[in-house]
Write a protein that binds this ligand. Structure first.
Ligand code: PMP
Length: 375
């Protein structure tokens, strides 16, 4: 057999896919992978039904004009600076290919969302991770001095995520301003992954796009916003004038995102914004988060309540993700899935609460039973 290139070997089955596979195999409640159990809203589904059979051929690689304008209007940017992608995953990959050259260093935080590291490597770049601090009392904290200390003459970009998967952190304006000052001083691009921009439980997150429009690419996801993760519609809001260059790269990837779903998302974004959809989502997910957090605390876990996303992190030394899925029938993501360079805090897990209340209650009951068995 001919050998694969070393960079292709960096990709194996992701822990998210593996835990979903094990969950199906063991009939487990799946609090691992971050996809909602609720259906997308009716206004989105109806728009897609109307589009299939009408808008079935290629869209322009940069995205349908109506969708670019709808995203631009939603984000407060010019539609001409928006590139539509096949989900935020592709958006991030396109940016890795567009911005990073061989040997360039890309700064990111740890715990790190799984695709950032392999995408940087596949682009020939070197991912450099800076660990967030975690204490049981204070939770997760950004270590600005460590970020500053990690910059070298080869650093090309800062890759950030707020609200942050997996920690649930929403970075403060002051933290983001310090990062922007650093990016300006060292002439770094900023890639700000903002797929959870509407999923927050306190103050609205500040977008890096508003603080440094000249150097920030923000990524977004209709899958996350509108609970349709399988539709593969995402976007990049580029600094002014750069959308054409970015689209030139994405057109040699998947060429374009699915056209009928682009039409549907274009129709749905203003409806979601005007009709209170995101407020409803936040209220519902806030309650589910508190249900899961309270239940886990009752089981002796230390819970780090998220300020955004639909994930929470918790520490419960003695639990193992493998045992939980196989014996308790609950799938969660082990904390070490988010660590590449540094050791993960002991007993750390990420649990998704974008699942039905029934699922959350069932998972808590099963965990309680398992705790009794192992006690
Ligand atoms: N970024 C983050 C932080 C995510 O959590 C996810 C999905 N889990 C993505 C990007 C990818 O989003 P999409 O499904 O639109 O590709």
């Amino acid at each position: 057999m001919p050998e694969l290139l070393p960079r292709a070997r960096s990709s194996s089955e992701s822990v998210f896919a593996r835990m979903s596979r094990l969950a199906a195999q063991h009939g487990a409640v799946n609090l691992g992978q971050g996809f909602p159990s609720d259906s997308p809203p009716a206004f989105l589904l109806e728009a897609a039904r109307r589009a299939v059979g009408v808008s079935d051929q290629y869209a322009p690689p940069v995205g349908l004009p109506t969708l670019r304008d709808a995203i631009g209007a939603d984000l407060g940017v010019d539609g001409a600076d928006v590139v539509v992608t096949s989900g935020a995953t592709e958006a991030l990959n396109v940016l890795a290919l567009a911005l990073y050259g061989p040997g360039d260093e890309v700064l990111m935080l740890e715990p790190v969302f799984d695709v950032y590291v392999p995408q940087a490597r596949l682009a020939g770049a070197v991912p450099v991770t800076v660990p967030m601090r975690l204490t049981d009392g204070e939770g997760w904290a950004l270590d600005l001095d460590a970020v500053r200390a990690a910059v070298t003459p080869r650093t090309r970009a800062l890759l950030l995520n707020s609200p942050y998967n997996p920690t649930g952190t929403v970075f403060t304006r002051a933290e983001l301003e310090s990062l922007v000052a650093l990016a300006r001083e060292c002439d770094l691009w900023i890639v700000s992954d903002e797929v959870y921009d509407e999923l927050y439980f306190g103050e609205r997150p500040v977008s890096l796009r508003d603080l440094a429009p000249e150097r920030t690419f923000t990524t977004g996801s209709a899958g996350k916003r509108l609970e349709a993760t399988g539709w593969r519609v995402g976007w990049i809001a580029c600094p002014p004038g750069l959308a054409g260059n970015v689209a030139a790269i994405r057109q040699v990837g998947s060429f374009c995102a699915p056209t009928p779903f682009q039409v549907a998302v274009a129709a749905a974004l203003p409806v979601a914004r005007r009709g209170g959809f995101y407020e409803g989502l936040r209220a519902e997910y806030g309650e589910r988060m508190r249900l899961l957090a309270g239940g886990l605390r009752d089981l002796g876990a230390t819970v780090f309540e998220p300020r955004g996303t639909y994930f929470l992190t918790a520490r419960r030394p003695g639990w193992s993700a493998e045992t939980l899925v196989e014996e308790a029938g609950v799938a969660v993501i082990p904390g070490d899935a988010f660590y590449v360079e540094h050791p993960a805090p002991a007993g750390l897990f990420r649990l998704a609460f974008c699942k039905s209340r029934d699922d959350l209650e069932r998972a808590l009951e099963r965990l309680e039973r398992a705790a009794h068995v192992s006690a």
